[in-house]
Design a protein around this ligand. Structure first.
Ligand code: SAH
Ligand code: SF4
Ligand code: F3S
Length: 493
């Protein structure tokens, strides 16, 4: 609680000097990054700032950066060029946070080439943002607030959510997997899980506020609480507990007390899913991302038994070639991935899959790439997020000698994209004339006469209907399919 008290002190200090200030937060990364942006917005609104989309009018601009691929850097530096003139004209405070700030070479580049930036802070120090902002405002000094060690999970942060129907809930932070292409374990640190009770209470609160869909977030959700359990096991096994180990003892309680007083044990991801499934008002539960190597039977059973857990599973493939998977340190083979898909399909009726794929990983041969196409052909995903391999400083794959030529990477990317589009188009046909349950999210962005929502499998459905349907799960008859959306009809079903 101490941290939140200190945060509040600075929030109150800012409030005294802030006169109707405006802020903008630019989210540049994944859903966890987005969830952090909601907390940054929470701290700013509590300090008396109100949101603006017009960067010219903002008194504080916060970039929440990502560094998972190179284009994220290009975007940041491009955008910084644009805001420089607002700084010069209006004295805007420019703050940069997020994963990229954990990279020393980037912070050095910022200091050298973008000296007008006021604050840099990392994901481990986000909770101290009000202190950084206050010092930048009052003392007009440049602030660098970055921690090399993993930050603790901070409960009780203010949060301003971007949506009123769907919300994301971070259940853990960090990653222990060290896939050889990936920067995330270096910038987010080791896996640490939130207490089940804190997650349960957050979802309960969202349900009471009228939220219908919850996405549980983590870099590897199905290893939720695994590190904590392992640490406790090894402490128990050790007769010789030193002070350091005691300090290191995870502050975790594997119980959840429900509203009716019932006590249940939650010591795994599967049990977390089951506990969230009992919360009234929540209609849909999603989670990203699970790792195929940790997709244990208890998780499959929990999905099967929990009616609110959606039947779309995001199962990152990365590559379909066993030798590339080995060199990526993914810890599964092509065959193991395919048999996991078959096992899930056999247990969960109508289950569908989405995935992430990287093309052009070092050493990827034509044959390896064809293995990826083969898995795509076999699994027939509902959605595929495709990435061209991007070298990340500090990762193992960056040092590999057999890097693939840009031309080949692009050519393979285009071939995969063509196949993915064919499969998605064909997959869309199965919805025609079917009745699908759709969570209505609001008006269509492209045509305000239409409402838009999503199926359990995350397909966008546009249809004509009354605004009162927004926020409800309704049956829609699918009448036509298009590449990126379906068309539905509400009446006559
Ligand atoms: N923890 C999640 C997501 C990690 S980042 C998971 O393991 O699935 C999201 C995606 O970005 C990854 O799944 C991967 O497909 C992609 N990615 C990560 N590092 C990359 C790199 N260096 N180049 C290209 N794509 C990358
Ligand atoms: Fe990166 Fe692999 Fe961890 Fe996902 S599981 S964040 S891809 S290291
Ligand atoms: Fe997410 Fe990018 Fe960080 S993918 S965890 S914001 S490096």
């Amino acid at each position: 609680m101490k941290i939140i008290e200190m945060q509040n002190d600075y929030i109150n200090k800012i409030k005294e000097i802030n006169k109707e200030g405006k802020y903008a937060v630019l989210t540049m990364g994944c859903q966890l990054n987005e969830n952090d942006s909601e907390k940054i917005a929470g701290m700013l609104e509590k300090s008396g700032y109100s949101k603006t989309d017009d960067l010219k009018k903002a008194n504080v601009i916060v970039f929440n950066t990502c560094c998972v691929r190179e284009n994220a850097e290009d975007r940041l530096f491009g955008k910084l060029g644009e805001v420089k003139k607002y700084k010069e004209e209006n004295g805007t405070i420019i703050a940069i946070g997020g994963c990229m700030m954990q990279e020393k070479h980037i912070v050095n580049k910022l200091k050298q080439s973008y000296p007008f930036v006021d604050i840099v802070f990392g994901p481990h120090t986000m909770q101290d943002f009000p202190k950084d902002l206050y010092e930048a405002l009052i003392e007009k000094k440049k602030i660098e607030d970055i921690l090399d060690i993993d930050g603790n999970i901070i409960e009780g942060m203010p949060i301003v959510r971007g949506d009123s129907i769907k919300a994301s809930v971070a259940i853990m932070n960090g990653c222990n997997n060290f896939c050889t292409y990936c920067i995330v374990p270096y910038v987010r640190g080791r896996e640490r899980s939130r207490n089940p009770q804190d997650i349960y209470n957050e979802v309960l609160d969202l349900a009471k506020k009228g939220y219908k869909e919850i996405t549980l977030l983590g870099q590897n959700v199905n290893s939720y609480l695994v590190s904590e359990r392992n640490k406790l096991e090894s402490l128990k096994a050790s007769n010789n507990i030193t002070n350091i180990e005691i300090e290191d003892k995870p502050n975790i309680n594997f119980n959840v007390i429900k509203e009716n007083g019932e006590k249940i044990v939650v010591d795994s991801f599967a049990k977390l899913l089951r506990s969230i499934n009992t919360i009234d008002g929540i209609e849909r539960i999603r989670f990203i991302s699970p790792h195929p190597k940790d997709f244990t039977d208890d998780v499959i059973d929990a999905i099967k038994d929990s009616d609110k857990v959606c039947n779309l599973i995001h199962l990152p493939l990365q590559s379909g070639s066993t030798s590339i998977l080995k060199s990526m340190n993914r810890k599964y083979t092509k065959e193991q991935y395919l048999s996991l898909v078959d096992k899930i399909k056999a247990k969960i009726p109508n289950v569908q899959f989405s995935t992430d794929i990287i093309v052009g990983f070092p050493g990827e041969t034509e044959e390896d790439f064809e293995d990826t196409l083969d898995v795509v052909n076999k699994v027939r995903y509902e959605q595929i997020f495709m990435f061209i391999y991007s070298r990340r400083v500090g990762t193992v794959a960056d040092k590999m000698e057999n890097q693939i030529e840009e031309k080949i990477k692009h050519e393979r990317f285009n071939r995969l994209k063509k196949l993915a589009e064919e499969i998605i188009e064909e997959g869309n046909k199965k919805y025609i004339r079917k009745v699908e349950k759709v969570l209505v999210e609001g008006k269509s962005k492209t045509n305000d006469k239409l409402l838009t929502g999503r199926t359990e499998t995350n397909k966008v459905v546009n249809f004509e209907g009354n605004d009162e349907l927004i926020g409800k799960v309704i049956p829609l008859k699918i009448v036509s399919e298009h590449m990126w959306y379906l068309k539905g009809k509400y009446d006559n079903i």
